[in-house]
Design a protein around this ligand. Structure first.
Ligand SMILES: Cc1cc2nc3c(=O)[nH]c(=O)nc-3n(C[C@H](O)[C@H](O)[C@H](O)COP(=O)(O)O)c2cc1C
Length: 243
């Protein structure tokens, strides 16, 4: 059952006009919180954006209009060391989260938490989509949401009743991902062209947004140019100095 749910995931970007209740969102967050957490730091917070004006502003800033405006719930997932500062202050201590390791811990924690929320939502028949687009305007979004220092928005998630059904995207074959005992790059000479063929067929024939491309081509184009080059400075300002 869980295996079927996991392998049937497809992002949803268009929703029916049904809002999730505060209680439903709470239940999803509660399930999400049971994800494992590095050293049990629980270094994450989530902003449930219910205010229409804020949603409209987020839609504009993140350049993901349709999702932000049509979703049944919008959640902004943040790495959070501000609460840990408070916890340490109870004991008269300050904390140090100025190393790259701390940013990794916060990023991993928030991603595991979010993926649990995603699975919980999908198990209830909702669709979801992650929205990295919040990193298009991280400063403005942090200000809009009143995020204190030590808190950084990592991604958003739209959740709602699907108004579209996308095909499951074929993943890389398991053999491409799994290595036995040591990393074996030689297999990619055969595996990547074969996967490109699979993805080429998928892109050409899928229900919407068909295109004549392949996965390696998409990756080459996407990763050739630097992306969101302001993120390092932004994170440093938030207290994530990455020493
Ligand atoms: C961290 C993260 C950020 C993402 N950001 C966006 C986004 O800004 N806009 C969007 O439409 N999809 C976004 N996606 C969804 C991916 O495009 C999608 O998961 C991927 O193409 C695989 O498709 P699937 O989820 O339908 O299987 C994001 C996914 C992740 C994990």
């Amino acid at each position: 059952m869980v295996m079927e749910l996991l392998t049937s995931h497809a992002s949803v970007r268009k929703y029916k006009d049904v809002q999730l209740s505060a209680e439903e969102v709470r239940d999803l967050i509660h399930a999400g919180q049971h994800a494992a957490s590095s050293h049990f730091v629980q270094a994450y917070s989530v902003i449930h954006v219910t205010d229409t004006a804020k949603r409209e502003k987020l839609a504009e800033l993140s350049k993901n209009k349709r999702q932000f405006l049509s979703a049944g719930a919008i959640l902004i997932f943040c790495a959070d060391y501000a609460r840990l500062e408070k916890a340490a202050a109870i004991h008269g201590k300050t904390i140090n989260y100025s190393f790259a390791e701390n940013l990794l811990v916060g990023s991993i924690d928030v991603a595991l938490f979010a993926q649990n929320v995603a699975i919980a939502a999908e198990s209830k028949g909702y669709g979801i989509c992650y929205i990295g687009g919040v990193r298009n305007a991280p400063e403005e979004i942090s200000e809009l949401l009143g995020l204190p220092k030590g808190v950084a928005p990592m991604f958003a998630m739209s959740i709602g009743v699907p108004d579209e059904a996308n095909e499951v995207k074929p993943r890389l074959p398991v053999e491409a991902i799994i290595h036995e005992n040591s990393y074996d790059a030689s297999k990619y000479d055969d595996l990547l062209p074969a996967y490109d063929q699979t993805m080429h067929d998928y892109y050409l024939h899928r229900g919407s947004n068909q295109k004549d491309t392949a996965w390696s081509q998409q990756m080459a184009e996407f990763l050739h140019e630097p992306k969101r080059t302001y993120m390092r400075e932004f994170l440093k300002k938030r207290g994530f100095e990455m020493k």
